[in-house]
Design a protein. Sequence first.
Length: 396
Amino acid sequence: MISYAEALEKILKESRSYASEEIELKEAFGRVLSEDIYADRDYPPFHRSAMDGFAILSRDYLPNQNYSYHRELSAGKSMDLEPEEKTIRIMTGAPVPEGFDVVIKIEDTVLSESNGQKIVTFSLKDVKPWQNIAKQGEDLKKGDLVLSKGVGLGTSEVSILASLGKNKLAVVKPPKVHIISTGNEVVPVYTSPLPYQIRDSNSYTVSSILSKYKIQPELVTHVPDSESEITNQIQQGLEADILILSGGVSMGSLDLVPAVLQKLGVELIFHKTAIKPGKPIWFGKRKNTIVFGMPGNPFSVQTCSRIFLEPFLRKSFGQNQIPTYKLPYSTTKQKKGLFTEFFPVRLETTDKTYLSPLTFNGSGDVRAGITSDGLAIFPSETSSIQKEDLVQFLPW
């Protein structure tokens, strides 16, 4: 039996590089870039007014002096200065005409009229060059690297891609994934289970993890504890890039999955890990297909998906791993065994932000992850956690 760290290392070592595909920007949210993105021009592309106010030349400024003006410049337009023109009214986002280098915000002005002329007086003691102006190229210069391949595309990334005019872009093509739930006791979610049966939640758990990476499983199915039926489904599943099974990997007489995988030529990389929950996890490969054999209990599947499957996907997509944090624990906790334990916690903030444990009755507890913010890690070498101890936290 190997440690959690060893298991994760072996899984990440088997990461794959998946092909690219071109998509439109409107489909980009949640996808992963497979190309580097560069600025197509300076940003801002011109000296941009950051305020509604008046544009002037800093060396011409005198406090409490009357300046006449007759023109106004709004965003989306431009103008050249007229001879002897000392100021114009300008709106936020408008390009500052060449010859001006200060924008004085409207709150620092007094407006009046004299003999039909519009007059503005400034109340500031002094001004500095480029005050209230976003200078051309101060955010990005043309050719600057903006986003690197492997970046997950969220709201901010999609926004800047639109700003850069990237209507089409290359992203990682999702791998083909098959999901197989096993067990005589498992029935579909739409049926009424008998007292000794449970509904299939595991395939939905795995599918939800995959959906974070815009992966739509090609096949999701359930098979009873029948060697022939498991064999047929695994044979089909081995045509995918990733095959994910749940159940049938422990030590019972009907835990048939490891033997079937071996018979079908799947190379075992490891079976069983010193973690709780999730100890029986099976991991292997055949040619280009990666196989995860997860335990059957619901919270074991949630845990293994978070600590093993998701890191594998991120490494394969060229992404950084989700960062972990160390936060103080809100109470005390004891541990008898030598396994690394994962348990659900919630973030609660009083004088500081604490990890607070939730009611947890083990890997079969169907409510274990509800209202939790992630998993706390109880290391194998530690027998107790005291209040205020810093505990490693994995957000979902």
